[in-house]
Design a protein around this ligand. Structure first.
Ligand SMILES: NC(=O)C1=CN([C@@H]2O[C@H](COP(=O)(O)OP(=O)(O)OC[C@H]3O[C@@H](n4cnc5c(N)ncnc54)[C@H](OP(=O)(O)O)[C@@H]3O)[C@@H](O)[C@H]2O)C=CC1
Ligand SMILES: O=C(O)C(=O)Cc1ccc(O)cc1
Length: 444
């Protein structure tokens, strides 16, 4: 429960909030809490201490110093490091404090808390379902009351209320299941697009094949992911066992649909894709309006060449996501309350392809009869399989190696792609907010 303003003012005057890990998300939280009038302290690795001298909150040398004086401690470190870092600082936690974390998959985080925190400490975890450069207003923020008194939970919820996000209450198991369904597969698709372009030695904005709004969305989001730190995506996929299954299904769906196309098994392909369409989109109300359309996305192109004509495209990456949702029994609309901006865009683009009259038939026809996309689709299948095996090996090193190679390939365009992608996301999030009648959120 969010407390009354007067009660929050009392907490602000008496409680200290500690953030361990002042990277992108930790800094976002520390700055926002401090701007809202909370007493905040934080730390990063000791060797980074001097980087934070201009921050408007107290920066300490290490997590022991943060833990011993803070009434709320939030760990905001890499998923890969969570157990190691919690083990280090947990014994220094102040008596009576409440502890949480920001990692994107909660199983490993909760295990670390269970194992290393003294039993009398409360645990309330959280997850902001957006990146650090997105306006927090109206975005989903998951709160997990794992083991806490009402007073501790209310303290954490009241603290987080200054972000103006939409609070979603889940168990950690529900959280991990939903984020595997939404984030992990979304990332797998966009990561695979990047690797396929890289392996084909192609910058998609230089190739007239990738024309039009849907293609702009694919390119901008893929490059946006490759502009980030690899560990965010690695941690989220590797630490979440449900994600392995989803990503494998995505790779299998890509392989099987592509096999049907190259064998020219039109009837089987149509039957399978239309059954998937029915499973995923069949229950949408008659008056459902599409979130996205090709015209809206047309303007967000990285290409210097004016668009000319239309190129056939099988849209294998989008056919495969609907097929995998259908195979896994996932109805993505059930998870909209927990959606990240990228998931909404992926769903929006997919919905556009599947629900615009005639478009799906056209792309299946292209996939079956046109060969101009075969090489790209083959590379896409290989890339999806590669990501699936990297995740199932659970190797951060392999993940990093694959990610960074493709990141380097796109480096010359990352700055411009981020600018265009930011504009695109801003427009889309405004559209989401208008549709839902909520507060308008967007890119900062
Ligand atoms: N970025 C995103 O879009 C989102 C990320 N998350 C999750 O939030 C967490 C943080 O992500 P993000 O901020 O992006 O990542 P960053 O890499 O930007 O931040 C993590 C920070 O923790 C620091 N750190 C590592 N070990 C310690 C330690 N022992 N003591 C203090 N600080 C330490 C790191 O230092 P160094 O770099 O030197 O190792 C780094 O500065 C991750 O678990 C991520 O999955 C959640 C929502 C969105
Ligand atoms: O929107 C997305 O999917 C992102 O890529 C940003 C992101 C990354 C990790 C999270 O735990 C939450 C959001």
């Amino acid at each position: 429960m969010i407390l009354a303003d007067s009660e929050i003012d009392t907490l602000k005057a008496t409680k200290t909030i500690g953030i361990i890990g002042l990277g992108d998300m930790g800094l976002l939280y520390a700055r926002r809490f401090s701007q809202a009038g909370w007493n905040v302290c934080g730390c990063d690795r000791e060797e980074n201490f001097d980087k934070f001298s201009a921050e408007p909150f107290e920066v300490l040398k290490n997590g022991h110093l943060v833990s011993r004086k803070s009434d709320v401690v939030i760990y905001s470190v890499e998923a890969e490091n969570i157990a190691k870092v919690v083990r280090m600082y947990a014994p220094s936690t102040k008596v009576g404090a409440v502890v949480g974390g920001q990692t994107s998959c909660k199983q490993a985080e909760i295990r670390a808390f269970e194992e290393y925190l003294p039993e009398d400490l409360d645990i309330v975890s959280m997850h902001s379902l957006h990146g650090p450069n997105v306006d927090t207003t109206g975005q989903p923020l998951v709160l997990i009351n794992y083991r806490a008194s009402d007073a501790s939970f209310n303290l954490v919820e009241s603290l987080l209320s200054c972000l103006n996000s939409k609070h979603v209450y889940l168990s950690y198991q529900e959280h991990d299941r939903i984020t595997a369904d939404t984030q992990a597969v979304t990332h797998a698709a966009f990561l695979s697009m990047g690797v396929a372009w890289h392996n084909n030695n192609q910058y998609p904005w230089e190739t007239p094949k990738w024309l039009g709004g849907i293609e702009n969305a694919k390119i901008n989001i893929s490059l946006r992911i490759y502009s980030n730190k690899y560990h965010v995506y690695a941690g989220l996929a590797i630490t979440n066992p449900s994600a392995h299954e989803q990503i494998l299904q995505y790779a299998n769906s890509c392989t099987e649909l592509f096999s049907l196309m190259i064998q020219n098994k039109g009837e089987e392909l149509r039957r399978r894709v239309f059954a998937a369409k029915q499973a995923v989109f069949g229950k949408l109300p008659k008056d459902h309006t599409l979130l996205l359309d090709d015209n809206l996305l047309q303007q967000y192109s990285l290409s210097k060449i004016p668009p000319e004509g239309k190129h056939p495209n099988s849209h294998l990456s989008l056919l495969a996501i609907v097929d995998s949702w259908s195979c896994l029994g996932i109805v993505p609309y059930d998870h909209i309350i927990c959606s990240t901006p990228l998931f909404r865009i992926f769903l929006g683009v997919t919905e556009y392809l599947f629900c615009t009259p005639g478009l799906l038939e056209e792309c299946l026809e292209d996939g079956l009869s046109k060969t101009s996309f075969r090489q790209d689709d083959l590379n896409f299948v290989i890339a999806a399989r590669e990501w699936s095996s990297i995740v199932s090996f659970g190797s951060y090193e392999l993940y990093k190696d694959r990610f960074v190679k493709t990141q380097n390939f796109f480096m010359p365009m990352i700055g411009e792609a981020n600018k265009t992608g930011n504009e695109m996301i801003k427009t889309i999030l405004q559209r989401v907010a208008e549709r839902e009648g909520g507060p308008v959120a967007g890119q900062k």
